[in-house]
Design a protein around this ligand. Structure first.
Ligand code: NG1
Length: 492
């Protein structure tokens, strides 16, 4: 039942175009790229089933229209041998590609699964690839959703996917242009370099994208589904985002902020320590966040078994606390952070690199951690090294930005700033989560918080602008907005 519901739900996203009949031709389906999303999504489902039929062996799904014109695209499936999909499955491909409704699609799949005696429980594995056609990213995403709508099946993006970077019209974009010339296996398109007259941090950059949760200038629906990132003006902050395909012209983004970057790093490091085994598990891996961290991210890292401590806003405070761990990961929600390795833990790792035999799982895990410690900027976080580490981990996991985003779902939040005559009138506790002055204001804030499910809010004076900042979190966006605005009223 949940399997059927999963396919019904995802197929709603990919309605079939009117009056087009598609057939699995000489080398898969080919058509004008604008007609192919529903077909590629359905071929994703077929590929998962093919993998399941063959004991979860890896099946390939390739998006290309080969020598045809660039506005065309296509999709073909390879069997685990590397050769073309067995011709016996082609009629099924034709049937599902042309199924006129989600119900008909589900019924065709059900009949086929029974006929072929496919055990659906195990989960299949499909590797996704594409050529350089601009429509490829969007179609690859459709394929991924198709593969994963067969519950338990995994889609591995084997690379070639481009990152689009917003340089905030600042120094980071310019330096990134130089850096990528010396790198292989990474394809980055840089926008907002400042050369075309754009203004520093104006409608662009990490702070804008994180606080407003909308696309920066120079980005739009044409980039739907693409993996995008923003630096801030001096390139010490980094956030990722993508434009959801269902946004239909709106300017909203799905934001992957500093908390999500921290969670990805924590997961990767934890995995390597697990591979090292009992000795690895002795490593004190900890996380430092501020009161601005999304509550869902804190829950996520705690569930992973990591220690979480809180520091005052400003990386100098986080850095200090991260130094207390063997490996300390710190990030502000705005995307400023890094990972610190204690000297003695690093020498232990280097020693182990010599002990373990080359090519063994443990040797690989230790080597990955040593490489990570060299890649990341341990002096203080910088967006360039942070971006390279995110890219490497995503490639290692075979993850898309959408898959990464699913680590946990952010609790809706809202930040506003209030201009006041004297911001020093607001005095907070050391963790900045409670206001001690003006007298009575915290009680009033608490009374507001109580009105909302999963409500949380605090105020603090900015250390960089003449404002008092208000942060609010709640179970819906409307509730978070309304809590933020009523707390802002109390500050005025
Ligand atoms: P203030 O203005 O003190 O909130 C802001 C950021 C800090 C830090 C500093 C330095 C927020 C809420 N605050 O500090 O995290 O990045 O600027 O740039 O993002």
């Amino acid at each position: 039942e949940t399997q059927i519901a999963s396919i019904l739900k995802s197929s709603e996203l990919y309605p079939i175009p009117q009056s087009v009949k598609l057939s699995y031709g000489t080398a898969g389906f080919r058509a004008d790229a604008s007609l192919l999303e529903s077909t590629v999504y359905r071929v994703g489902i077929l590929s998962s089933l093919r993998s399941l039929k063959l004991n979860s062996s890896t099946v390939g799904l390739m998006i290309t229209a080969s020598h045809n014109k660039v506005s065309d695209n296509g999709v073909k499936v390879s069997d685990p041998s590397g050769g073309m999909l067995s011709q016996e499955w082609e009629p099924f491909a034709d049937q599902i590609a042309n199924a006129s409704s989600p119900r008909e699609l589900v019924s065709l799949i059900k009949d086929f699964v029974e006929k072929e005696e496919i055990a659906i429980e195990k989960g299949g594995e499909v590797w996704l690839g594409r050529d350089t056609r601009p429509s490829g990213e969007r179609l690859l995403r459709a394929a991924e959703i198709g593969v994963r709508s067969v519950l338990g099946s995994v889609a591995v993006d084997v690379g070639s996917s481009k990152l689009v970077l917003d340089g905030a019209n600042g120094v980071g974009g310019l330096k990134m242009e130089v850096l990528i010339r010396s790198l292989s296996d990474i394809d980055v398109e840089i926008r907002n370099t400042g050369r075309d007259g754009g203004v520093l941090n104006e409608g662009v950059g990490a702070d804008f994208v994180q606080k407003e949760k909308v696309v920066p200038l120079g980005f739009g629906v044409k980039d739907a589904g693409m993996r995008c990132a923003s630096f801030d003006g001096d390139a010490d902050r980094l956030v990722y985002f993508y434009i959801p395909s269902e946004s239909c012209g709106g300017d909203k983004v799905e934001l992957l902020d500093g908390d999500k970057i921290l969670s990805l790093f924590a997961l990767f490091i934890k995995e390597q320590l697990n591979i090292i085994g009992d000795e690895g598990k002795k490593c004190r891996l900890g996380v430092v966040q501020t009161a601005y961290a999304n509550g869902a991210s804190t829950d996520y890292v705690k569930e992973m078994g990591l220690e979480v401590v809180f520091a005052k806003t400003g990386v100098k405070h986080l850095h200090e606390k991260a130094e207390e761990f063997d490996v300390g990961i710190y990030f502000e929600a705005n995307g400023h952070g890094t990972i610190l390795f204690a000297e003695c833990f690093l020498s232990w790792l280097v020693g182990k690199q010599k002990d373990y035999s080359e090519g063994s799982d443990k040797h690989n895990a230790v080597s990955r951690l040593v490489a990570l410690s060299n890649l990341i900027n341990q002096a203080v976080g910088d967006a360039l090294s942070g971006l390279l580490l995110v890219e490497v981990i995503l490639q290692h996991m075979g993850w898309s930005v959408q898959k990464w985003n699913e680590l946990y779902k952010d609790l809706p939040s809202r930040q506003v700033k209030v201009e006041v005559l004297d911001r020093t009138a607001v005095v907070t506790t050391s963790e900045e989560t409670e206001a001690l002055k003006p007298l009575g204001i915290q009680d009033a804030i608490n009374a507001e918080i109580k009105k909302y499910g999963r409500g949380r809010a605090f105020i603090r004076p900015s250390g960089t602008e003449d404002v008092v900042r208000v942060y609010a979190e709640a179970s819906t966006q409307e509730a978070a907005d309304s809590l933020a605005s009523s707390v802002a009223q109390l500050v005025k």
